[in-house]
Structure formats: C-alpha cells, structure tokens
Design a protein around this ligand. Structure first.
Ligand SMILES: Nc1ncnc2c1ncn2[C@@H]1O[C@H](COP(=O)(O)OP(=O)(O)OP(=O)(O)O)[C@@H](O)[C@H]1O
Length: 444
C-alpha cells in the first residue's frame, strides 16, 4: 500500500466511523507519484460513494500531511494492474482498458475489531460466544450465524472479530466481508458488464462470507434471488456464512419467505443494548485503546447519560479527546459536562417520564389514564411497574418524583416496582424482551 495513503487512513480513523472506513476507504488501492495520489475503487459503486462523500476529507488530510494540496484521481481498477500497464513488457501490446480487479478477499476485515477489544456484558454475551464458536469451527458450529439488533451495538465488530480469528487460526482462510449495499453494487456491476459467472465464482470461492445489514436486501428481488443461490452453494459445501440484520429477519418486510426460512437454519442471536456497567466498561476500554486518559467518574457520567448505543458513546469520547487535546486540558467531569453539554442535553431530552408513560401505554395497548390511575388489575399493574422502572433507569428523576408522576404514589411503591421488574428480567424471557424492546424504542 502507498505509504502516503496508509498515513492518510490513519488520520481519517479519528474522523470517520470504523464502519465507513472499512466499508468505503479500506477497499481502495492507492499509488502515489509526482502527479499526486491515484485511488482505485473495486467498482463504480464504491467510486461514486468515495467521490461524493469522502473526497474533500481525503484531500484535506493529504494537504495536512504533505504541507500542500495534492491532486487526487479516482478510477475503477487496481494499482497492481495499473502498475503492470505502466511498465509494459518489451514487445507487449498496450491494453486498452483496465480490467475489473479481483476482489481482494483478505483485506477488508478491520484488524481493530477483535474479541480482545470487545467488552462482554449480559447484552452481548451470547452473541460473542456464538461468534467465537463459529470462528473456531467455521462451517460446522452454526451456519449461518445471524446477529441481529439495533444500530451501533457491536454486530459488525463481532462479525469482524470472528473473521479475524478464523484468519489467525488459518492465515489462508478466505474471509470476505461486505455490507449488503456492496453485494448489491457488485451484482449490478456484474449484470451490467455481463460477468455474472465471475461474480458467482468470486462469492462462492470464499471460506467465509460475512454480509452486514441484510435488511437492505428487502424489496430487492434480483439480489435476494442471487443471494439465495450463493447461500445455498456456500451452505452445502460447509462454507461459513455470518450475517447481521437490524431486527429479527422474520420481522423484515419484503424479504422472501424462502430466504427467511434459510436464515433460520443456523443460529440467530440478539445483541441487546448494553446496561450501564457494560457501557462504562466499554468506554474505559475504548479510552485505553485510543490512549486517552479518562477517569471512572467521566466514564460513568457518559454511560449514565448516553444510553442509545455504543457508537454514540464512542463519538462522545472522540469529541472529548479531540477537545482536550486541542485545549491541552485533562478530561475531568466538569470538562466533559461543559464540552458535551448540547449532546448530553439531546440525550436527556429524548427520555422523559411522560414520554415513557405514553410509549409503555401504547406498547401494552392500555389507556394512558388507566396506566396512571389507582386501579390494580394485573393488566395495568405490570405495565405501570415497567413504566416506573424505566423512568428510574432512563431519567435522572428521584423515586419520590417518579411516584408523584404516576398519580401521586409513594416512593416505596416505585422502589418495589424497580426490584420486581429487575428480578423478572432475569427469570422471564418474555419480560426481558419487552424491557429491551421498550428501551430500544425510547433511546433508539
Ligand atoms: N461490547 C463492545 N465492546 C467494544 N466495542 C463495542 C462494543 N459494542 C459496540 N462497540 C463499538 O461500537 C461501535 C459500533 O459498533 P458496530 O459498528 O459493530 O455496530 P453495529 O451493531 O454493527 O451497528 P449497525 O447496525 O449500525 O451497523 C464500533 O466502534 C464497535 O467497536
């Protein structure tokens, strides 16, 4: 890889999400010479995305690195092919067009996404265990492995961790990671250039195929058809398939029933939003990884206030680190409060007690006024307890304040509700699912 491009990617790591980096920028190949930097995209789809979304940032970083602006050229192709063309063999005929490059199977896993850097908690324990088993026994443990759950909860991370571990055990293992849009893009390109045989061959020659966010296949019939055949071919020859989806696939509209049924052949595991302790532990681990000095108090402050997902937590940490670096200040809780005031306010605003009451009432199909009434029938009492426990978990209000908001109840009633619901979440799967779903709705 061009040294300049490697340094540019390192810089961009701090500015773009890991996901954007490994989806769009890591698959690029680069060559730099006196005329500037030449970037080769594997297909026109990637080229368009890079040009439209990232080019200005790439140019800015290059200017920083070189101390002057630099021409960046983008085209579909490969640096290896271009280099070969640039040095024609004596007597060889010039080649008119750059051929489409082979997909580089082993270069699109993010090396930072490993099991070691993944913090385990109740919410992701099963997913991690399943991904590890698949990595240790590809094609045989669970096939396919499907990780599903809300955005920014670590599905992509686990998927890459499994791929990285497979390659650690067997460096020759061909692992191909793709976002579902890239699968669609490659297929459209193959259809356009009438190279479907080549497309099929590529996707079927891997040891493990990792496809992220398959909910994007919904409504794309040709893609689903092709994916279905790819799936069958891989499955039959015991090649591993790992997929992620933003919800349980059976709930994705416009996904073909036969595909849904295939997805059910292996293991589907939910990745839930992490609890407070796991959020704080993730933050401390991320800070350590990035070499940012963050105290437990700061980690707890952020974990308490940002509950939506890990990506948001990480974003807050990046902002803090950048500001602290800029001002040359340590990251104290005051500094964090001050720097992230707007962000924390947005997160705080989203979850209010009236908001919780309304969403819980809708979820259990009860009337809001009944939820707040003194009636004790079970069909109302349980949703009411859940709403109280959610208010304690998701807002800063005290027990007496919450009691007051629920029709003037005593704070001991709220405390009892919190304890009951916590216990039920541990023993009753249905209860746990309702709880997680409500948290997702309220904080997503
Ligand atoms: N348990 C965890 N330990 C360490 N890092 C985590 C954990 N969970 C999530 N992350 C980090 O949070 C960020 C977002 O995670 P990731 O991209 O894997 O989410 P996702 O579930 O695939 O989301 P999406 O559906 O939006 O693609 C990543 O940087 C990832 O490393």
């Amino acid at each position: 890889m061009s040294d300049l491009w490697r340094r540019c990617l390192e810089r961009l790591e701090g500015e773009l999400s890991a996901e954007d980096l490994h989806t769009w920028l890591m698959p690029l190949q680069a060559r730099d010479d006196a005329d500037g930097l030449q970037l080769y995209a594997p297909n026109p789809y990637t080229l368009d995305a890079v040009r439209d979304r990232y080019l200005p940032q790439i140019e800015a970083v290059l200017t920083l690195l070189k101390g002057h602006s630099l021409a960046v050229r983008l085209e579909v192709g490969s640096s290896a092919i271009a280099a070969a063309h640039a040095r024609p063999m004596p007597g060889s005929r010039p080649v008119a067009a750059v051929e489409p490059p082979p997909v580089n199977f082993n270069h699109n896993l993010d090396p930072h996404y490993t099991f070691e850097t993944f913090v385990e908690g109740k919410s992701n324990q099963l997913g991690k265990a399943a991904a590890m088993q698949v990595a240790q026994n590809p094609g045989r443990a669970y096939n396919p492995l499907l990780l599903y759950g809300g955005t920014g909860l670590g599905k992509t991370h686990l998927m890459h961790a499994a791929g990285n571990l497979m390659r650690e055990h067997n460096p020759n293992c061909k692992v191909l990671y793709l976002r579902s849009e890239q699968f669609v893009g490659s297929m459209i390109e193959a259809l356009r250039t009438k190279s479907m045989d080549e497309f099929k061959r590529r996707f079927r020659s891997v040891d493990a195929l990792l496809i992220d966010d398959i909910q994007f296949f919904a409504g794309k019939d040709t893609t689903q058809e092709e994916f279905f055949h790819t799936f069958n071919a891989l499955f039959e020859s015991k090649q591993q398939i790992i997929l992620t989806c933003d919800r349980y696939p059976k709930e994705v509209d416009k996904l073909e029933p036969r595909l849904k049924s295939r997805l059910g052949w292996g293991l589907s595991v939910a990745i839930e939003p992490p609890d407070f302790e796991t959020r704080a532990a993730i933050l401390l681990a991320k800070a350590h990884e990035k070499g940012v000095a963050v105290s437990e108090n700061v980690a707890m402050l952020l974990a308490k206030r940002i509950r939506s997902n890990v990506r948001d937590l990480e974003g807050a940490l990046n902002t803090l680190a950048a500001r602290a670096n800029f001002y040359g200040k340590p990251i104290t809780t005051d500094f964090a409060e001050e720097t992230l005031r707007d962000l924390l306010a947005t997160h705080a605003q989203a979850v209010t007690v009236p908001n919780i009451q309304k969403i819980v009432a809708d979820y259990f199909s009860v009337r809001l006024q009944d939820l707040l009434s003194k009636r004790r029938v079970r069909s109302l009492a349980r949703p009411r307890q859940i709403a109280m426990a959610l208010s304690k978990e998701l807002t800063e209000h005290s027990l007496p304040e919450i009691g007051e908001a629920f029709g003037g109840r005593d704070h001991t009633t709220v405390l009892h509700a919190c304890r009951t619901i916590r216990k039920l979440c541990e023993t009753d799967t249905r209860m746990r699912q309702d709880w997680e779903q409500l948290i997702r709705t309220l904080t997503g």
